[in-house]
Design a protein around this ligand. Sequence first.
Ligand SMILES: Cc1cc2nc3c(=O)[nH]c(=O)nc-3n(C[C@H](O)[C@H](O)[C@H](O)COP(=O)(O)O)c2cc1C
Ligand code: SF4
Length: 427
Amino acid sequence: MTVLLRHVHEPDQKDLDGYVRRGGYEALRRALRELSPEQVVELVDRSQLRGRGGAGFPTGRKWSFVPKHAPVKYLVVNADEGEPGTFKDRTLIEGDPHLLVEGIALAAYANGVRTAYVYLRREFYEGRRRLERAVAQAYEAGFLGEGILGTDFSLDVVVHPGAGAYIAGEETALLESLEGKRAMPRLKPPYFPAVMGLYNQPTVLNNVETLCCVPWIVREGPEWWIAQGPPQLYSVSGHVNRPQVVEAPLGTTARELIERAGGMRGGRKVKAFYPGGTSSRPLTAQHLDVPLRHEDLAKLGSMLGSSAVIVMDETTDMVRVIARVCEFYRDESCGKCTPCREGTVWVTQILERILHGRGRPEDLHLLDSLARNMTGTCFCPLGESVPPSLRAGLEDFRDEFEAYIRGAREPVEMPVRLRLGAPAPGG
Ligand SMILES: Cc1cc2nc3c(=O)[nH]c(=O)nc-3n(C[C@H](O)[C@H](O)[C@H](O)COP(=O)(O)O)c2cc1C
Ligand code: SF4
C-alpha cells in the first residue's frame, strides 16, 4: 500500500473536494486544535524524517534551529527539481497539489512563519497551473490566509517560477534568485538559512517531497510513519521497461526497484546505476542488492541524494556517460569558484579528447589528479559532483577508457557546446 503516491492518480485529487473527501486537511485541523507548534516539530523529529532534496538532513533538527522569537521568518519550498533523473516532486505537485499546500501550512505553523514561497521550476507549466489553483482553493476554504480555521494562525503562500538553472536548486543560490539576484551560492556561515536566509531573516527551506511527508506524520503519528518503511520516492529511469516514480520503503534495493519498473529493457543485464542522481557515485551490477539508504550508500562512497536511480544496461558506453555528465556540470557551473569553473571545463575537454580518439595514456592520471583537486575545494556541492563519476570511471570502468586510448574503440563525436576557459593541460 502506497502512502505518498496513494492518491496521485485519482482525477479529483487535484481539487479541494476530492482531497478533503480522502482525509485531506485533517492533519492541519488536528495540529491547530490540539498541538502547539513545538509539538508539531517534536512529531516530525520523532518520525526521523530526513530531507528529500539531496542532503538528507533531519527535518525536525533543521526546524529546531529556527529562532523561536524572531519577528519575521519565512518558509521556502524548493521545487526546482534540477538533479538529472529526478521527477518525483513534479509527480507530487501535479498529482496531489493540496498535499503540498497542507505540508506547507503545517511547516509554517510549526515554525511560526506567516509567509511561504514555492520556488518552482519554470518548465513545470502544468504543475504551476495546478498548484496555483490548489492555493486559490485553499484560500477560499480558509486553509490559507488570515485566521486559518478560526485560529490566530495566518499564512500567505506565493508560487514563484524560477529562471531555469540547476544551481538555483542549491538552497542559498535559490534564495539569491528569489531576492531577484543572480543564482550564486552564498558563503556559509553565516548564511545557514534557518538562521539567516531570505532577506537575511530566519528561513525554513525544504524540498517538496519532504513537506508532503508532514501531513501523514501529523495525521497518523511518527511510529506509524516509521512502520511504513518509512515511505520513500525513487525516480527510476534509464534502461528499464517502464521508467516511473516508485514508492518503496527506504532501503529498498536497486534490484527490487528495477523489477518494479518492469525489468530491464530487452532482457539485458545491468552494467551500472546511479543511486541518487548524477551527483552520486555510480555503482555496478555487484551493488544491486545494497539497500538504497543513506548509511549503506555512504559506505560505498556514494549517496542517496535525490533518490534518482538511473539504470544502464550492459551495452552502455561508460566513457560517454561520464563525459555527458561532466558536460552537464560544466554547463551548469555558476563560475563563482575556480576549481569548479575551470575543473569542469578541463575534465570535459580531456574526456572528449579520449572519445574523439586522441586520448593519451597519461590522460587517466590527469583525470585522477583533477578529481582530487576538485574534491573538498569547491565553494558548493555542484563542483564536488564531478569527482564521484570520474572516480567510478577510473576505478570500475578503466578498461573502457583504455580501449579508446589504444584505438580499440571507434571514436565518437560528443556534442561540444561551450568552449570556455583555458585549454586542457597537454592541449
Ligand atoms: C547544485 C545543487 C542543486 C540542488 N537542487 C535541488 C533541487 O532541485 N531540489 C531540492 O529540493 N534540493 C536541491 N538541492 C539541495 C538543497 O540545497 C537543499 O539541501 C534542500 O532543498 C533542503 O531541503 P530538504 O532538507 O527538505 O531536503 C540542491 C543542492 C545542490 C548543491
Ligand atoms: S562549485 Fe561551481 S556552482 Fe558551486 S559556487 Fe563554485 S562555480 Fe559555482
